[in-house]
Design a protein around this ligand. Sequence first.
Ligand SMILES: Cc1cc2nc3c(=O)[nH]c(=O)nc-3n(C[C@H](O)[C@H](O)[C@H](O)COP(=O)(O)OP(=O)(O)OC[C@H]3O[C@@H](n4cnc5c(N)ncnc54)[C@H](O)[C@@H]3O)c2cc1C
Length: 395
Amino acid sequence: MLKIDHETCNLCGLCQKSCPFGAISAGEKKVMVDERCTLCGACVNVCPQAALSIERRQASAEELARYRGVYVWTECEERGKHLVPRRVVYELLTHGRRLADRLGQPLVAVVLGDARMQDLERLCHQGAERVVCCRHDLLGSYSTDGFATALAAVVAKEKPSVLLFGATPNGRDLAPRVAARLRFGLTADCTGLEIDDQGQLVQTRPAFGGNIMASIISPYTRPQAATVRPNVFAAAAPDPLRPVAIEDFPVTLSKASIRTRRVETIATAAEGEKIEEARVIVAAGRGCGEPSHLDLVRSLAHRLGGVMAGSRAIVELGWVPHTIQVGQSGTTVGPDLYIAVGISGAVQHVVGMSSSKKIVAINKDPDAPIFKIADLGVVGDALQILPKLLDALKT
Ligand SMILES: Cc1cc2nc3c(=O)[nH]c(=O)nc-3n(C[C@H](O)[C@H](O)[C@H](O)COP(=O)(O)OP(=O)(O)OC[C@H]3O[C@@H](n4cnc5c(N)ncnc54)[C@H](O)[C@@H]3O)c2cc1C
C-alpha cells in the first residue's frame, strides 16, 4: 500500500500531478489516495519531502510454500468443428516438465473452452500429470472477461507456484488481467525460464532494446507468472503411454459479465504466409538491395516448401509487411531450416530465430555477426548465389 506521512507532507501537489492513474488528490489539508493506485511508484519518486513510501506485503516462506505445481494455460484454436490446443502449449508443457521435475512438483494444464474441445489427452502425453478443464458455453470463443474470471478462479483455488502463458495475442491479453486481479507478478516475453537453487523461477528476457538480457525473479508473490513466445522452446514428441487424468473445474459465468463478443472472424491478408509455424523460412535483409530482388528469395522459399520472412530493416523500408518480420519486435520463429539472406545478425533479429534447427547465412561480409550462430555460412553476393541455388534445385 501507499503510505503517506502527513506530518512531513507539505501539500505541494507534485504527487497528484505525477500520478498517471489520477489516484491521488492533494486537498487543502491532506493528500488522499484511492483504489486506482497501482503502486507504480511515480509519486514516491517526485516527492521532495520523502513523505510517500510503498509498503509491499511480503509473503512469508510458509505462505509461499503453499503454492505448488507448474501450470500451463492451454490456449485452444478452432480447427474445423473442434477446439484443439495450440502448438505453443506443447512447447510450454515440454519445458514446464523440466521445471516441474526440478521443483519436484506436478505439471498441470488448465484448459478453458466449450463442448467442442478435443485432444486433451495429448496434454498428458506431452508431460502434464493432470488437466484441469473448465467447460462452459461462454468459453467457446476468447473473451477477456470470461477467460480472466475462469482462470482466476482456477488459480485462486489451485494455488500454482508457476503459471505459464503463450505470448500470443490472447495470452498477452489474459496474463496481465489475471495477474492484476490476483495481485501477482508477471514477466512478459521470456526467452528463458529456469529454477534456481532456492526454487525460484528465473525469468530471462531482453531489456533495453535487446542490448542486455535481464534475469527476473518474483520473490514476494505467487504464482510466478510468465508469457513465452511461440517457438522459444521446442516441443518434445508426445509419449502416448503416459497416464491421462482430466478433471472438470466448474465455473460460474454470466453473459452480462462478458462485455465483448465475437461477431465475425476476418482473416488477415497475410494469412497464407504464417512464418510462426513454417518449417522452412528464407529471410531477406537489407543486403538484398531492392524490393524486386525479393522475388529470388521468395522463389527459393517456395522451391523449398517454405515461406519468406524479413528483417525489421526491410519492413521499415516498406518492402514487406510487419506480419513477416522476424525478431524481438516481430515474430519468434523456430523452423527446421532458416536461411538468412543479406541479414547482418543484429541481436534483436537473432533473438527471434536462434532456436531454428539449422541456420544457413548468406552474406558478403565475412565478419557479419550472423555467421556466429550459423551452422553453414556462405560468404558472397546473394544476388549471384541465389540464382545458382535455384538452378541447382531445379534438377
Ligand atoms: C528495440 C529494437 C527492436 C528491434 N527489433 C527487430 C526485430 O524484431 N527484427 C529485426 O530484424 N531487427 C530488429 N531491430 C533492428 C536491428 O537492430 C537491425 O537494425 C536489423 O535487424 C538490421 O536488418 P538487416 O540485417 O536486414 O540490415 P543490415 O544491418 O543493414 O544488414 C545488411 C547485411 O547485408 C549484407 N549484404 C549487403 N549486400 C549484400 C549482398 N549483395 N549479398 C549478401 N549480403 C549482403 C551486409 O554485409 C550486412 O551484413 C530492432 C532494433 C531495436 C532498437
